[in-house]
Design a protein around this ligand. Structure first.
Ligand SMILES: [Zn+2]
Length: 396
């Protein structure tokens, strides 16, 4: 019987949503924080390789900014607005306007593009309370957000590498079956038909080049540009929307963003909004259900638990723990029976249980029990350390 992420999150100490905090506002416990950090580490590596520069922008901006961006008009019901009179501010429901301001803070040449900003920006959206569900639908959302400012002729190349990255990353979580959707120009749109057609063709080309099957959602694009969405299938056969690659012909105009073209004239760049995991909160919810709490070694909050058979072996167990200390290792030095200790570690879904007793202490070895029940006996600590290092490096 599978459990949902709320039960799993509670059992494994990942997050809480107390009544006092307000619905849709989860608090991450230390174990949940570790998972968030590991996901961010992964995305930072991917982003750096793809040429992103990480930035930070405030959690709120004055109301005028949201007038420029158009959010106040289109999105007001879902924004948290604070302050009074002329001193009004809104918590950011999206990171894009901040990134537009960063783009605008310098003169940009056609040679500088694409310019890519990434941010693990927490945004706040006043979702209806009936729509809120554990981590899957929250009001404080930390996206693995990124915005690319580029020339029209760069769209295909950029989206192509974005798609590749997205598929590669989702596959890392053994999310391997995808439903890909390409949404095209709706009846209400801004920008020229020529730009829409060229951009949509570029997106199609990328999907075809990567031999990806996709469904065309005619006229379901946003008014400001076509997009590609990737839904991934989890271990229970359900599809979750993760990656979004959204082209935007609107925001750069609203913010009067330009770059100097090769013939010295100001041109308006195209903008791409993208998130690969989607939001950390939602993705952690998906992961918990998909793995049923048995998170991969690299992002498991507790990676190894050392169990001395009795208190006579606590010192040796401490030495073992010390030698593995580059990983997240815990020691169960309680006076529970070994069976009970194993039961507890299994319940906590720790990937590796290390058992040490007389035999191990004398031969300076350990016995390792994997989560699937496989056992490695008489293994040297250094040898085990190498196995762990390899697994961590490969995010296996
Ligand atoms: Zn955006």
């Amino acid at each position: 019987m599978s459990k949902n992420h709320i039960e799993l999150g509670q059992e494994l100490g990942i997050f809480v949503i107390p009544n006092e905090s307000g619905s849709g506002l989860p608090l991450f416990k230390p174990n949940g924080f570790i998972i968030r950090e590991e996901l961010m580490k992964l995305m930072r590596e991917v982003n750096t390789k793809a040429g992103y520069q990480e930035v930070w922008t405030p959690h709120l901006f004055k109301i005028d900014l949201w007038k420029i961006s158009g959010h106040l008009k289109k999105y007001k019901d879902r924004m948290f607005i604070v302050g009074k009179g002329n001193e009004r501010y809104a918590l950011k429901p999206m990171n894009c306007p901040g990134h537009c301001l960063l783009y605008k803070s310098e003169i940009r040449s056609y040679r500088d593009l694409p310019i890519r900003f990434s941010e693990f920006g927490t945004v706040y959206r006043n979702e209806q309370s009936g729509e809120l569900l554990g981590l899957l639908r929250v009001r404080s959302i930390t996206q693995d957000d990124g915005h690319v400012f580029l020339r029209e002729d760069q769209i295909e190349e950029e989206v192509n590498s974005l798609l590749k990255n997205a598929i590669e990353i989702l596959s890392l979580f053994s999310l391997k079956d995808f439903k890909i959707k390409l949404s095209t120009r709706p009846d209400q749109y801004i920008g020229s038909i020529r730009l829409w057609d060229r951009a949509t063709k570029a997106l199609k080309n990328c999907l075809d080049r990567n031999k990806l099957e996709y469904e065309i959602k005619e006229k379901e694009g946003a008014f400001y540009g076509p997009k590609i969405d990737i839904d991934a299938k989890d271990s229970l056969g359900r599809y979750w929307q993760c990656t979004t690659i959204q082209l935007d012909f609107n925001l750069p105009r609203r913010f009067k963003l330009t770059y100097i073209s090769s013939d010295g004239k100001p041109e308006v760049p195209v903008m791409i909004h993208r998130a690969i995991l989607g939001s950390l909160e939602r993705f952690i919810g998906i992961m918990l259900e998909h793995y049923q709490g048995k998170l991969p070694f690299w992002c498991a909050p507790e990676q190894v638990r050392v169990l001395p058979i009795s208190e006579k072996f606590i010192d040796y167990a401490k030495q073992v723990k010390e030698k593995l200390s580059q990983f997240r290792v815990a020691l169960d030095d309680s006076n529970a029976t070994l069976d009970k200790k194993i039961f507890n570690a299994t319940k906590a879904k720790v990937p590796y249980i290390v058992i040490v007793g007389k035999k191990e202490m004398e031969s300076k070895t350990i016995t390792v029990r994997e989560r699937d029940g496989k056992q490695l006996s008489d293994i040297k600590i250094e040898e085990f350390l190498e196995i762990l290092k390899r697994k961590a490096a490969l995010r296996d």
